[in-house]
Design a protein around this ligand. Structure first.
Ligand code: COA
Length: 171
């Protein structure tokens, strides 16, 4: 796995789709997020299923692991690119382990990720914020993302709620 960037004390590395199951312990560890956004903890096949939920019309997907200084996997960035248009990326999931949140690492990661995306020729980054996750909405607004559209209600796990599509121009 090759380093993509450094953000605060975290190192970002590309992870091949074939190794997606390496993220399963992290997803299970982030039970608070799954309870909030899916109404249940991570399923035993949560990591694997993530890949099957990518939009089929996307150009492809990209998995990034965030490791702490001890090498522990403490975060994930899961994206698809060229969706819905060329050079547009969609961040399906950004998740940090509870013990590393709230110290500015999320901000450092997203700034570095944006710079890396620009280097890939990306022109826009889009994402969806779950209505029951107002902390995330505050975070993304602070990161410069703007409201595009409320979508839904859609079913997510055992919950049903609206999702706010947000975007940020990278050029
Ligand atoms: C959202 C997230 C990536 C931000 O990373 P971070 O390192 O905690 O962020 P920073 O320290 O740079 O900024 C803190 C901000 O993140 C947001 N935040 C979201 N969830 C948080 C949490 N569980 N703990 C602390 N901050 C959280 C808040 O807006 C907070 O700002 P505030 O002081 O106004 O409350 C991270 O908190 C996380 O993984 N949360 C759970 C998963 C999630 O909600 N992902 C987004 C899905 S759209």
């Amino acid at each position: 796995m090759s380093p993509l960037f450094q953000a605060a004390d975290l190192t970002a590395e590309h992870v091949p789709d074939a190794d997606v199951e390496l993220f399963q312990p992290l997803l299970e560890h982030c039970e608070d997020f799954f309870l909030r956004c899916y109404g249940r903890p991570a399923n035993p096949d949560e990591a694997k299923v993530m890949l099957t939920e990518r939009p089929p019309t996307a150009g492809g997907g990209h998995l990034t692991a965030l490791r702490d200084s001890g090498g522990k996997w403490v975060g994930i960035l899961e994206s698809v690119f060229d969706f819905p248009a060329p050079a547009e990326w969609y961040l399906g999931l950004m998740l940090l382990a509870p013990e590393v949140r709230g110290h500015g690492r999320g901000e450092a990661v997203i700034r570095a990720y944006e710079a890396w995306l620009r280097g890939q020729g990306a022109r826009l980054l889009r994402l969806g914020v779950a209505e029951p996750n107002p902390d995330a909405l505050r975070f993304w607004t602070r990161m410069g993302f703007r409201e595009e559209l409320w979508v839904g209600p859609i079913k997510q796990g055992v919950l049903e709620y609206r999702v706010l599509r947000m975007s940020k121009a990278l050029v």
